[in-house]
Design a protein around this ligand. Sequence first.
Ligand code: ADP
Length: 422
Amino acid sequence: MPGSERGRIMMKYADLVEQHAEELTLLESLDAGKPRTVTRVVDIGTSATSLRYFAGAADKIHGETLKMSTQFQGHTLREPMGVAGLIIPWNFPAIMFFCKVAPALAAGCTMVVKPAEQTPLSALYFAHFAKQAGVPDGVINVITGFGPTAGAAIASHMDVDMVSFTGSTAVGRLIMEASARSNLKPVSLELGGKSPLIIFEDADVDLAVDLSISANFFNKGEACLAASRVYLQEGIYDRFVKKLADRMESWVVGDPFDPRVNQGPQVNKEQYEKVLSYIDHGKREGANVLTGGKPCGQRGYYIEPTVFTEVKDDMIIAKEEIFGPVMCLMKFRTVEEVIAKANDTRYGLAAGVVTKDIDVANRMTRSIRAGVVWVNCYFAMDADCPFGGRKMSGFGKDASMHALDKFLAVKAVVTPVYDSPW
Ligand code: ADP
């Protein structure tokens, strides 16, 4: 199918998603426990954006002309990789679906998509709209199932040509092992994080507090990009802590269908218990609980947004990904010291810097080993902005033209040139 036709179908697909945004919002909120109003704008509101972005790229997939030596000339073809295996997590089911499906479609791949077992509903509904939009049968195949069976079958399959995975670092390692043991399919891994948010003394304290709240409590902390290590320069620490405690008083945890609610329940019992056990670790290791620190309400997997102060670099809560509403506050003095602290992690997904000093901002953005560094903002994402980490946060990008590249194989075609004058 020509790229322009793929692009046309993808645009129609995006229209269908938007026309059914209300039902999709209900499904996604029910499935993942996300506040309905946020889901409408963020999760469902942005999923069609990625379809449109890559629809525009579908007919602009070009190769290069190679002059080579005097006897040969060549060109490159960028061909679809073939069958793409797309394995999706439960924290942003809709966004992750299109983040992977849209570039794969634009590239001309067929795909087997496995949504997370906790949250399969939106992916199934998206498959239904694919049919209506005119995506040919067999191009998008949604298979529900568990990780060690359905997911592992994709990762080890001899006829799957590449895998794009988002999930935990432990499972990312299994995916790579499965690829190595089967057909050496290329893999792209978007894994865990323990990202730093670094707040300098000159920062606007209101902005810093806002950013720390959204960077930790957005989506109940179930975000690989969460900035769960908040480093505060000494001179702003007390003002920040006071403002943060005040602000958290108006933060509402509860039923995601209540419009006043900021934070819904954790996705399931397993995650709920895991987060509570990290909170226990924090208390036992001597960190101080500024807010929260326990379950919330009588029923459901609700956890109070928890802020720990007096956190030390070697505490478990400062090192491991918690994937829940838990913020750790730590102090620093100098730029050098905080660069070392920020990079002292196995992960390298994201970072945030809050300062008015352009020189400090420039120094930080160049010194932190991460896939994205946000200055005076956090979670600012777009279909055009590459997304993916370094170190044990994985490799390969979602979003942006880099994401399209991973679904394309480069082939060189070479022919002899006889009697060339040069
Ligand atoms: P979490 O640990 O945060 O629940 P996972 O990394 O386990 O996240 O899950 C992310 C996705 O990976 C889900 O779709 C899950 O079913 C899948 N998955 C889990 N285990 C495996 C595996 N062994 N092989 C392939 N996919 C898996």
